[in-house]
Design a protein around this ligand. Sequence first.
Ligand code: HEC
Length: 236
Amino acid sequence: MRNQIIKLIPVLAVALVLASCGRDVKTPGRIYMPDMTYSNSYKAYVASDVATPEGNLMSARYPAAKTIPYGYIPNDSAVRSNPAYLMSYVIKNHYTHSDAQWQAEFDRAGGEIKDPLPYTDDNKAEGKRLYDINCTPCHGVKGEGNGQLIELPGGGDGPYTSRPPNYKTRLPQVKDGNIFYVVSYGKNMMGGYGYQLSVKERWQVIHYIKSLAGIEGDATGAGATASAAPADAKKK
Ligand code: HEC
């Protein structure tokens, strides 16, 4: 009996394979995982089975409400009518391949990007919250460059091979726009935060790290004057 069953196995296997073929050569016959064979998503330019409120069956539709397209610049006059604020959105990392190119973009950002946010307690407090989440692992709670990834709590070197500078030493040497550039696009072993933090959030973090470095308000150590920041910048 057992032997007969074993002999039947190849027969059953062949039968199963044949049974899974359909008559129509253009369809896959029996399907083991239909979700993987037929995509649930709508295909572009194929009539949908759900009509829009206007009775339109086209599958290419407006994005869902409140979706934010990549690279979007808010339709807000505080941003659009303020060239310095606008620059925060439009400056692009050109995936610079050489140190010289990187330096040129960094320098350009220092000249062209200005801080659009007023120095308020709210902005600084939100900056601290974001800093504690995103930056402390490397930069440390006080911005001394000794986060847990750099120095182990019990002493000794952490796993990260590159030590960030102490903000007190470094930030007085650069302009707001330079800092914004690094926070957005990174520098050497530091990754950029342009994808994690909005423009406003990046400026809030910058307000906070400047306070860690003992720099007051709009002042920067690299010669940018307070008046360079537009006076009409609204709280955004
Ligand atoms: C994974 C570790 C790491 C994290 C996280 C990190 N940084 Fe850095 N950061 C570095 C390192 C390393 C440097 C030094 C880069 C260099 O000069 O080569 C640096 C440098 C800087 C500088 C100095 C730039 C300059 O021109 O010298 C600023 C400002 C800065 N980081 C801000 C931030 C902020 C703000 C955050 C959080 C949003 C952050 N970093 C998160 C590692 C990190």
